[in-house]
Ligand binder design. Structure first.
Ligand code: MLT
Length: 334
């Protein structure tokens, strides 16, 4: 029915366009999971600017921050059905719809910004774009790099896995992340992103993990005290577009979308490098305490890699596929 309504309105627009060259102008809606000041917001701003420029100002975008258009996972469904044009969300919230994307949430797979850029912009990234169109009905047109997800909590400094025991930690509804915390000895609480601030505030959960920039833009410092500087997941936050809406666009608009996505992606990596240290210092000024994981994070790494990776070999295309990726990053194979 939706498709029918869309085609009717498209036909009406086309008719009207003959009378005025401006009628086909469209404002594309972008759902954004995070708040103003976040890496997601930055990507959206840069994309919007480049897109308007590349279409000579004919088309523009409107961003809806803070999950106003629904929880991140729900926006994937809406975009797949053509009810929403774009969404910017964390990659872990795409995985439930596009399992091979799980390679980007495998603990300790990416060990630096360079690894994240290499994986997303190389052959692996291209394959993930194709798989996600096929499996989830959305096209990844840009990538945001937001830094490692650090663990925050309201109760106590956490150095070791022993310290972690007994804490109630919120995780996204993502099997790999749930299994990672299980490997670390606790049963985490899956909770939608849009409910997380309130969950922390009300004490439904004691802690969560997300990058410094997200902790700051979401004002988690108001409800969290301690940070553990773990590096198990380098957070990547794609800009996805409804494939149905993409296919409805004329070729020049499709081209403008893809090019604007590239411009925004390049900007994102530079923005992260310029922001992260400053934001970390601001969080400390606001009273948060940062702890390094004991023993160079050794036990965290060993448990996560030995217990979680084997469970996902099949979903991620087999051990050989993962070895290819590890080799391309210059790392030991498994
Ligand atoms: C999550 O924890 O669900 C996401 O990382 C939130 C986000 O988009 O920043």
């Amino acid at each position: 029915k939706q498709r029918f309504v869309k085609s009717v309105s498209l036909a009406l627009c086309l008719g009207a366009a003959m009378a005025s060259p401006h009628v086909l102008a469209k404002t594309f809606r972008i759902a954004v999971g995070d708040a103003a000041g976040s890496a997601q917001h930055q990507l959206g701003l840069k994309f919007s600017e480049a897109f308007a420029e590349k279409t000579g100002g004919k088309h523009d975008t409107q961003m809806f921050l803070n999950g106003q258009l629904g929880d991140e996972q729900a926006t994937v469904n809406d975009a797949a059905m053509g009810l929403l044009d774009f969404s910017i969300l964390a990659i872990n919230n795409v995985t439930p719809f596009s399992p091979s994307v799980g390679v980007l949430t495998l603990p300790y797979m990416m060990q630096s910004l360079d690894d994240a850029v290499a994986l997303t912009q190389g052959e692996v990234g291209q394959k993930l774009v194709e798989n996600t169109i096929r499996d989830a009905g959305v096209r990844i047109v840009g990538w945001t790099y937001t830094g490692f997800r650090v663990l925050t909590n309201s109760k106590k400094p956490v150095h070791s896995l022993d310290d972690l025991q007994g804490l109630k930690i919120r995780v996204p509804n993502n099997e790999i992340m749930i299994d990672t915390y299980r490997a670390w000895g606790i049963n985490p609480t899956p909770m939608a992103w849009s409910e997380t601030f309130t969950g922390l505030q009300m004490g439904v959960v004691d802690g969560q993990d997300n990058p410094y920039i997200t902790v700051s833009s979401m004002k988690f410092d108001e409800v969290q005290k301690y940070i553990t500087n773990i590096r198990y997941l380098f957070s990547i936050e794609p800009l996805v577009m409804s494939e149905a809406v993409f296919q409805e666009q004329p070729e020049d608009v499709q081209q403008a979308i893809l090019e604007a996505g590239k411009v925004a992606t390049e900007h994102s990596a530079q923005w992260l490098v310029a922001q992260e240290d400053k934001i970390k210092a601001e969080l400390v000024e606001k009273g948060m305490e940062i702890t390094e994981p004991a023993d160079g994070e050794k036990a965290w790494i060993e448990k996560a890699v030995s217990q979680v990776w084997p469970k996902y070999y099949d979903q991620l295309g087999g051990k050989e596929e993962l070895n290819k990726i590890l080799k391309s990053l210059g790392r030991d194979t498994i």
